[in-house]
Design a protein around this ligand. Structure first.
Ligand SMILES: [Zn+2]
Length: 558
């Protein structure tokens, strides 16, 4: 029986930002993102409606990927944030909160959207000039010749992800592992051109975080039946390696969707096994010591190879194929008919057995200077391990981006307070001139500058989740929390002293030019990725301007 449904007309919402339902949803999203922000951010648990896996996280990517937005404008913001984190691995929450605050502040101040958009565009350009310039007070150089700044950057990344559930000792340990893995992944070849290698991550559950470590080369599960004595018998390396990407299970059904013509009296399975054994003989004659296969290897072939002293690794999996190729220099062979061409063989320098808890692993060391390493991450349970794996991967990515632009921004909200103060001070003397150039009224211009700077400050305010008053000092414009034990500002660069005047961040105060702290011995403890924050700032303004400009939302509801 067929049913004929009349096509429903599209739903059109005009002036979506004056719709209270949409504004409420926007405020809710901003609350979700703000409450997850920073080292003391509150965790979010995400359940799907069919039971199963429960995710505990505070990262924007994990949150936004799993929360289905029904509102097209919110969906767009969410997509933009996710796209940013895919490229930059950091500052996703900053971008989301800043975008939504800009939109809200524009609405609350009753600003004309076109005028606001012009001013925001101008201000973000001023921010770019300041942040990229030499006189920028929120920027510190990252010195790659010392591990301290690399570890500090990794440390900030990890502490901002509380769902990793690490204590301070564990945080230090993981930060130095990230720095170590990053250094292993830098590959300098003879021509001096450096390129990045690979870090493979292995997660082990129900194991203490302090058991996590980084190994040079690749770690794979120890092949069944492989005994330490077998490795001793091999002697010292380097060892010849062969790698297959095709299944060697001898199972005809694995050929996929092909038509086979089988002649009477021929047993295809038997013939295939003979072919596999011939391949085995050839490999033994070629003096191969390590026989690896992405998929399954037939037990008889495995037995034959082992009998001839060859180490067999099967079911390597697609994810490990590329790092394996990088490590050994072998070419993956996709057929089992021909003999192996000489150039397809690879090498490993050595095999070692490593163990972590109940897991036994075989370490393959590169024979050349292949920049492949394995990060073994341990944690008490699956959810925490997932968050830790994701955070470490991101932190390594941020370090790679920093290598391109070796500087970082002050973390802990100090960049936001300083930038807002700088912009307010700088603009105030030439407000009339800029307003005229943008062809808007002076008062409108001042209001838009306020909306922009208070949006920036509200990101710094979002770092607090305990209802404390955040403060700003009236000399350097850094962010402070009223804590008797803390002797520095939030980023750690400015030391407290009795005559340092501070005022609550969310109140009105006179404008001033922040004093630069160029020649200080103290080092910031909390750093943010420069390129990630710069991009997040720019895309946030672009997104906010775009959303403010939307007059109609037309949805097909069929
Ligand atoms: Zn600071």
């Amino acid at each position: 029986m067929s049913r004929i449904c009349k096509k429903k007309p599209a739903v059109c919402t005009d002036e979506p930002l004056s719709n209270s339902n949409i504004c409420q949803k926007m405020a809710l999203l901003r609350n979700i993102l703000s409450s997850a922000y920073g080292p003391t951010g509150r965790m979010k648990q995400i359940h799907n409606n069919v039971g199963g896996h429960v995710l505990t996280t505070s990262t924007s990517t994990a949150l936004l990927k799993r929360v289905d937005m029904s509102e097209p404008l919110l969906k767009m913001i969410s997509t933009a944030v996710q796209h940013h984190t895919t490229c930059y691995s950091d500052c996703g929450l900053f971008m989301g909160i800043f975008t939504l605050r800009l939109i809200e502040n524009t609405q609350n101040n009753g600003l004309r959207t076109a005028a606001a958009a012009k001013v925001y565009k101008h201000l973000v350009e001023e921010c770019n000039i300041y942040l990229k310039g030499d006189s920028c007070g929120c920027k510190v150089p990252v010195d790659f010749s010392s591990s301290d700044s690399i570890i500090a950057l990794a440390h900030s990344m990890i502490t901002s992800k509380p769902a990793c559930m690490l204590n301070s000792r564990e945080t230090k340990h993981i930060s130095s592992l990230i720095a170590q893995a990053f250094l292993y992944s830098i590959h300098c070849n003879t021509s001096g051109v450096s390129c990045f290698g690979r870090t493979v991550t292995i997660g082990i559950e129900s194991q203490s975080v302090s058991d996590s470590s980084v190994f040079q080369g690749l770690l794979v599960d120890v092949p069944e039946m492989l005994q330490p004595a077998d490795l001793e018998r091999l002697g010292s390396g380097p060892f010849k390696v062969v790698l297959f990407s095709v299944s060697l299970s001898g199972d005809i059904s694995e050929f996929g969707d092909v038509t086979l013509e089988i002649h009477r009296g021929v047993d295809p399975e038997h013939d295939l096994l003979q072919q596999l054994l011939k391949l085995g003989e050839q490999v033994v004659m070629d003096k191969v010591s390590l026989f690896a296969c992405q998929k399954v290897v037939h037990p008889i072939l495995q037995h034959y190879l082992r009998k001839h002293g060859v180490v067999v690794i099967e079911r390597l999996g697609l994810a490990l194929m590329e790092p394996f190729v990088q490590l050994t220099g072998a070419q993956a062979i996709a057929s089992l008919c021909a003999s192996v061409p000489a150039e397809a063989f690879g090498m490993v320098k050595e095999f070692c057995l490593q163990s972590c808890g109940s897991r036994e692993l075989l370490q393959l060391l590169p024979s050349k200077d292949a920049a492949v390493s394995t990060m073994l991450l341990c944690h008490r349970n699956e959810t925490m391990l997932e968050e830790l794996k994701m955070t470490c991967k991101r932190a390594e990515h941020v370090l790679r981006l920093t290598l391109r632009e070796p500087c970082a921004l002050l973390g802990g909200g100090c960049t936001e307070t300083l930038l807002a103060t700088h912009i307010t001070h700088m603009i105030c003397s030439k407000a009339s001139k800029i307003a005229q150039a943008l062809s808007i009224s002076h008062s409108e211009f001042i209001m838009a500058v306020k909306a922009f700077c208070s949006s920036l400050q509200s990101v710094a305010l979002s770092l607090d989740h305990d209802g404390q008053d955040c403060l700003i000092d009236m000399t350097y414009a850094h962010r402070w929390v009223p804590d008797i034990y803390s002797k520095t500002c939030s980023c750690g660069l400015v030391e407290d002293r009795s005559n340092l005047e501070k005022t609550p961040l969310n109140t009105a105060y006179h404008t001033f030019c922040p004093v630069s702290l160029k020649n200080t011995d103290s080092q910031p403890r909390v750093l943010d990725s420069f390129s990630a924050k710069l991009n997040a700032l720019n895309v946030a303004v672009e997104m906010a301007n775009f959303v403010l400009d939307v007059k109609y939302v037309i949805e097909d509801i069929n």
